[in-house]
Every structure is written in structure tokens, then in C-alpha cells.
Write a protein that binds this ligand. Structure first.
Ligand SMILES: *[C@@H]1O[C@H](CO)[C@@H](O)[C@H](O)[C@H]1NC(C)=O
Ligand SMILES: *[C@@H]1O[C@H](CO)[C@@H](O)[C@H](O)[C@H]1NC(C)=O
Ligand SMILES: *[C@@H]1O[C@H](CO)[C@@H](O)[C@H](O)[C@H]1NC(C)=O
Ligand SMILES: *[C@@H]1O[C@H](CO)[C@@H](O)[C@H](O)[C@H]1NC(C)=O
Length: 410
């Protein structure tokens, strides 16, 4: 999850809401409205909200499952303030549906520590899967190490945040935990306490450091220390989001739906799984030329897994690596992979998408091909445009009732 820019922090006095006062009849699911929402999310560590309508058949199917899952969750976590499963009727609560940006029914949104982000549950709609999800979300997101040698051998992956704290019983540690809980799916978190970490932090102080992906040699965030306010939730969230969430991510069938809902075009590297070096070259190029680019999502896609869009681009696995943009309307091919070394070439490709030039050039080239008297040489760098294939990976009408809102065409 990229939270920067989409983070709404709702400031308000926490109103303690007792679960029992909210439960209607014998239901374990709380009916949430614009009137009780704030109190519920402020007084619970985790809230799952199912946005539904009575007339949506997928909502109808989910309803008894969600109810049973809620009963199971309450049985396992009966303490006030841990977790609530709630439901929002979008026909009567259109303000809430807007606030949570609901584009399909049912949507199960996740709210942690009163913070409304854009995370949602996309797993299987079964009692067991929902229950296991809640259990996992309530587990401690930070792993404690008890031996300094554990740190030497730690698998850094995309990156890892390590805390050196005086003790567990500290407001700064509480803050770290809250942030780690929010970003638990985007980064990994470690902590060590007391004498064990004494030499790794300034005397009498706590420290947080980030260790970056060792496979990116020029990564400027290879190692960085958090110098901001240790008790500021917002500041620490922004720092971890910026340093830890990688600029280039791998797309799979499991995360494509979620990525597509970030609402940004994909810039994709299709690679061959037997030759991973283009991934590194792509990451280096993006990192050095486009670290501040926020209009698109940079992704790597395994050519075999995504061979359908690849074929659609007129390419086969023997042509890999291949770079393309999928705008969810069209796909555009980046002419030559090796041009990523030309500073500015990839940036121009992306700029051309947003200026409409990619699309325009295509029509000009088409015209030139048809018009025999044209002076434009049609063999010269034809911009290639195809119908989007990644739009098929957006939320499916076989699983949701989609709300009809149209986005600007790119
Ligand atoms: C209320 O629900 C629980 C579990 O869902 C069930 O065991 C109990 O019999 C129900 N009570 C009534 C009065 O329906
Ligand atoms: C640090 O952040 C906390 C919480 O936002 C705030 O109360 C405190 O005043 C901040 N400290 C400094 C030195 O800015
Ligand atoms: C990104 O922005 C930072 C801060 O504005 C700047 O120092 C850096 O040079 C920029 N990077 C690129 C590749 O333009
Ligand atoms: C969806 O919105 C478009 C544009 O506003 C409209 O033309 C179309 O009829 C709508 N479709 C449905 C099913 O409401």
C-alpha cells in the first residue's frame, strides 16, 4: 500500500463504544452508520467493514458468512477494543460509501487504529479465511530478535526496518508498533531491546534504521536512519512508506486486482524467469532516473505468467525483456529495451502517455500506413498500441457488483 497522499487521519476524541450496546438483536456484526463510525474505529485496534447493498447478490451471499465469521472472531477475541466486524448499507450510507471510495459491492475495508487507508480484504469469502485473516492482522507485526547474530543473517528482501529500543514499555515503541501494524504488508519489522542493542543506539535513546534491498547497488536508501519525531505516527508512517515500499514491485495474479485499484497506469517489464538481469537493470534505471515519479506504478511481470498480454503486444517469450505501459484503456510498447540506459527515454515515454502523444502518434502512423502518398516513413519507430489486457485483472463482475463511475481516458 502506498499511503502517502491517500492517508486520511481522522482526528477526534476517542469515544469508547461498548460492543454490546451496538449489536442489534443476536447479530455479531455491528451496523455502522455515519453517526457511530468514528467511535467504533477510534476505540478498536482492527475494524473490518463490509460495504454492501441489499439488492447486490454477492452481498447477499457474503452476509451469512460474514455473520458467522464475526461470531467466531468475537469468541476468540472477546476483549473490548480488539476487533469489530461491521457492515455499512451503501444505499442509506452514501456519505460513508463516498468517504471510503467504494466502487464495488461487497467491499470489505480494513481500518486499523482509527486510520482509514485504502486497504481491503480480497481473500476468499469463507468463514475460515476471514477468521484467519483477522487472526493474522491481530498478531504482532514486529519480530523481536534476541541475538545480534540474527541480524547478520536476516533476509532483507525488498527492505527491512530495525528498531533498537531501550524497553518495550515506551511511547516511542508504541508508536513504532502502530505504524508497523498499518504497514505490515508492505515492509518487515524487527526490534531488539535493552543491553542487546545498547551499542547500536545513542546513549539513552531509541533508534530506527532501514536496510535496503542489497541487490540494488546504487540504492540511495541502502541504509538510512529515521531522524524524525519518534512519537509522531504521521511522520514515521510517511518515512517508512517512502523508504520501504519499493519503487518497482512484482505483479502476480494475486496482487493485480489490488494494484489496479491504485488507479494508476502500469509501466511493466516483462522478463524471462531464466534471465533475471533485466529486472536489476530496470530497477536501477527507475531508481536513478525516476525515483520521484508518482503518476504510474512500476512493475515487473514474469513473461510466462503474463504471456497473454505479451502475445497481445505481438511479442513472444523469445523477445523478452519487453517494456510496455498498460493504461487500462490501451497498451503501448516501449520500442527498445536498451533505451532504458538513455536518460530521459523512459521518462519521455511516460510523459507522452500523459500528454496524449502516444495515442496521437499512433493515429498519425496508422494514417500514414493507409495513405500511400504520405511522406512519413511508416517503418520508422511506429508507436505500437493495443487494447489493454490488464483491465481484465480489475475487480471482476463475477465477484462484485461494480459501481458505474468512469475515469478519464488516457
Ligand atoms: C445467538 O447466536 C448464538 C451464536 O451465533 C447462538 O448460539 C444462540 O442460540 C443465538 N441466540 C438466540 C436467542 O437466537
Ligand atoms: C512529536 O510528535 C508528537 C505527536 O504528534 C507531538 O505531540 C510532539 O509535540 C512532537 N515533538 C516535537 C519535538 O515536535
Ligand atoms: C527527486 O527529488 C529529490 C528532492 O526533491 C531530489 O533531490 C532528487 O534529485 C530527485 N531525483 C531525481 C531522479 O530527479
Ligand atoms: C455508466 O455511465 C456511463 C457514462 O456516464 C453511461 O453512459 C452508462 O449508461 C452507464 N451504465 C450503466 C449501466 O448505468
Amino acid at each position: 500500500m502506498k499511503v502517502v497522499g491517500s492517508l486520511h487521519i481522522l482526528y477526534s476524541l476517542a469515544i469508547l463504544v461498548s460492543l454490546h450496546s451496538l449489536v442489534a438483536g443476536n447479530s455479531s456484526v455491528v451496523a455502522v452508520t455515519h453517526e457511530n463510525l468514528q467511535g467504533i474505529i477510534d476505540s478498536n485496534e482492527l475494524v473490518l467493514l463490509s460495504f454492501y447493498t441489499d439488492w447486490c447478490r454477492f452481498s447477499q451471499i457474503l452476509q451469512p458468512i460474514f455473520e458467522e465469521a464475526a461470531a467466531k472472531v468475537i469468541q476468540k477475541f472477546p476483549e473490548n477494543g480488539r476487533v469489530i466486524l461491521g457492515k455499512v448499507n451503501c444505499d442509506t450510507e452514501d456519505i460513508l460509501a463516498d468517504q471510503f471510495d467504494i466502487l464495488k459491492y461487497p467491499t470489505i475495508k480494513i481500518v486499523r487504529n482509527g486510520l482509514i487507508g485504502n486497504q481491503e480484504y480480497r481473500g476468499q469469502r469463507s468463514v475460515e479465511a476471514l477468521f484467519q485473516f483477522v487472526e493474522k492482522e491481530l498478531s504482532d507485526p514486529i519480530k523481536e530478535f534476541h541475538n545480534i547474530d540474527d541480524l547478520k543473517n536476516v533476509d532483507v528482501g525488498y527492505g527491512i526496518v530495525i528498531g533498537y529500543f531501550i524497553s518495550k514499555d515506551h511511547a516511542e515503541y508504541d508508536n513504532y508498533r502502530r505504524v508497523a501494524s498499518l504497514l505490515r504488508n508492505d515492509c518487515r519489522f524487527l526490534v531488539g531491546f535493552g543491553d542487546l542493542t545498547k551499542d547500536l543506539r545513542p546513549p539513552g535513546k531509541n533508534a530506527l534504521i532501514f536496510r535496503g534491498d542489497p541487490s540494488i547497488p546504487n540504492h540511495k536508501n541502502q541504509y538510512s536512519e529515521y531522524l524524525g519525531n519518534m512519537t509522531s505516527f504521521k511522520e514515521l508512517t510517511f518515512w517508512i512508506d517512502k523508504t520501504c515500499v519499493p519503487l518497482v514491485r512484482e505483479v502476480t495474479f494475486d496482487n493485480a486486482e489490488e494494484l489496479s485499484e491504485e488507479g494508476l497506469p502500469f509501466v511493466l517489464l516483462f522478463y524471462n524467469k531464466d534471465d533475471l538481469s533485466p529486472i536489476q537493470e530496470f530497477k536501477n534505471a527507475i531508481q536513478s532516473q525516476m525515483e520521484n515519479e508518482t503518476r504510474v506504478i512500476f512493475l515487473t511481470a514474469e513473461g510466462e505468467v503474463f504471456k497473454h498480454p505479451l502475445f497481445h503486444l505481438g511479442k513472444s517469450p523469445s523477445d523478452l525483456p519487453v517494456i510496455a505501459i498498460d493504461s487500462f484503456m490501451h497498451m503501448y510498447l516501449f520500442p527498445r529495451f536498451q533505451d532504458i540506459y538513455d536518460p530521459g527515454a523512459l521518462k519521455k515515454f511516460i510523459d507522452d502517455l500523459f500528454s496524449g502523444a502516444l495515442h496521437y502518434n499512433y493515429h498519425v502512423a496508422q494514417q500514414a500506413k493507409e495513405d500511400l502518398e504520405s511522406i512519413i516513413d511508416p517503418t520508422e519507430d511506429l508507436p505500437v498500441v493495443h487494447e489493454s489486457k490488464f483491465k481484465d485483472l480489475k475487480p471482476s463482475k463475477h465477484r462484485y457488483t461494480l459501481v458505474n463511475r468512469t475515469r478519464d481516458e488516457l
